[in-house]
Design a protein around this ligand. Structure first.
Ligand code: ZN
Length: 187
């Protein structure tokens, strides 16, 4: 990542909005923002395939679901955060993923300029490619700050997207099983 370029860009934005980038409070801001971008856009640096490593030879062939995974991403249209929860379910076929690997795959895809729709389908596609499961379903539920603090200004409104693959697409009972697990709010 070209830190100098980001710093220069932030300085130009500050100038553009009529600020004085030289004043004490803003002096180190370009550097701080560049450092922050290298963290929140770190998903641009490594291919997701390096993260989701299948564990072979597992006979478990019932649904695996990880729900309420918190995540943060950046909307590529406004460079403002969208924040929410992801729910991932799949039915293995000979190989499974470590649960933390699923979380890392989500974070990895979220750590780049994104749109929620693409984040959802990318995660489902990576799962299908890497684990070759019988099917999977990803649901993402998020609040977009570009809708809350600007434009239409509707704080608290949530956008829900889903991607459905394999048996989750072809069998209604599988989708219903997932939704039952999702709505089960026992502690
Ligand atoms: Zn936006």
């Amino acid at each position: 990542m070209d830190m100098k370029k980001i710093e220069e860009g932030v300085r130009l934005i500050l100038e553009g909005v009529g600020e004085d980038p030289g004043r004490p409070g803003l002096k180190d801001t370009p550097k701080r923002v560049a450092k922050m971008y290298s963290e929140i856009f770190s998903g641009l640096r490594t291919p997701v395939e390096d993260i989701l490593n299948p564990i072979e030879g597992e006979n478990h062939d019932e649904m695996v679901m990880l729900k309420d995974i918190p995540f943060y991403s950046i909307c590529e249209h406004h460079l403002l955060p969208f924040i929410g929860k992801a729910h991932i379910a799949y039915i293995p076929s000979g190989q499974i993923a470590g649960l933390s690997d699923l979380v890392k795959a989500l974070e990895h895809l979220a750590n780049r300029p994104q749109v929620q729709e693409r984040l959802t389908t990318q995660l489902a596609d990576v799962l299908m490619q890497r684990l070759k499961p019988k099917g999977c379903m990803v649901i993402i539920d998020a609040e977009h700050l570009c809708m809350s603090m600007r434009g239409i200004k509707k704080p608290g409104s949530r956008t829900v997207t889903s991607a459905v693959r394999g048996t989750f697409r072809s069998r209604q009972s599988t989708r219903e099983e997932m939704l039952a697990l999702l709505n089960d709010r026992r502690p």
